[in-house]
Structure formats: structure tokens, C-alpha cells
Design a protein around this ligand. Sequence first.
Ligand code: ZN
Length: 210
Amino acid sequence: MLACDFGNLNSEITMVNNSKADWLHIDVMDGVFVPNISFGTPIMNILKKNAKKPLDVHLMIVNPDNYIEKFAELGSSVLTVHFEACTHLHRTIQRIKSLNMKAGVAINPHTPVSSLEAIIKEIDIVCIMSVNPGFGGQTFIETTYQKIEDLKLLISKHNSNALIEIDGGVTSNNAKKLVEKGADVLVAGSFVFKSDNPTNTISTLSTLIN
Ligand code: ZN
């Protein structure tokens, strides 16, 4: 939703509700963990009220532990925290899961997949950042493909059920290859919302992944 028109938020939500999108991805930025501020509770309340898709909330914030209960109340189905922002990641994941949300862990482009080795079995979703987080509309980082392969190996080595989510710069040009490499979830922002026909764009991407 980061790339949507916030002046027409309800019609953007309706578009997504009526589209083939599986989830609604919500980027929460604090201006500290990333050099940008997106939105917080008031927008989340509107999304909770009007969205019919599961809310996939991506916290790009420091001290995410302080907000886990809040985002459970705000209707998150998936709550993703950043590996780089969590000192006690195991505890954070357990708290997210104890509130009946799926626990996601995002890794920045500079963080190797191997950092997740000790925790991969506990994670429901690994979000590989394929751009540096903070802004929409950035160019896809090509080393992401290798990271997906590394993550696939790590997941099977540890018999984990974690899904692989790719966030940043996803377009119809790279979606197919991402899925072939092993991506389970593709996040598309600008590519959808800045397209001439967002509903069709979602359909096109959806046929590549399903
Ligand atoms: Zn995101």
C-alpha cells in the first residue's frame, strides 16, 4: 500500500479487495530504522476496517517489540520485523506467534541468509528485501536470486515451513524468475499502483505465482 494514492485510500483498498491479490502488504516506517516515515495507527485502522484481504504488515522500525500487541489489535495476519532491528529475535517471534499472527523476519540486502540459520525453524515467512528499504519505486537488486537459492537450501536443511517473500522492485520482468528460484510471495507496490490498470497488473502477477 506504500505506493497507493492515500488521497483515495478507500477506493485503492476496494481495488485490492476486488483483485486477485492474496494479501495486502503494509510498510510501516519510523524515520529511524529507515530514512522515511510512512504511516501508523490511523491508516492501519482504515485498512483493518475496509480491507478484505489478510494484512501483511512489514515493520521497518526500531524496537518493534514495543508494538507487537498494537499491531495484533490492528488486525495484522502477518507481522514481519527486521532481523537488523531485533536484539532478541527468538523472543520477538514467539510473542508474535502467541498473538495468533504469522511471524515474518525481513533481511536487508546486506544481511546474509545464513544469519537466520539458528532461527529458521521458528519463522513463518522470510522477507528478502530486494531493494534497500525506505522508499517505493526502487530498482531490483539482482543478487536477490542467489539469496533465494541460499534460503531454499537453508529451509530444506532445517525442515522449516517458512515461506519466501520478495519485497522491492518486483515487476512482470522479474516475477517469473523469482518464482522459478523459489519465491512464494511477491510484494508489488509501484508496479501495481502506478500502472494504467492495477487490477490487470495484479492478475498478471498472480498467474505467475499461482
Ligand atoms: Zn515491505
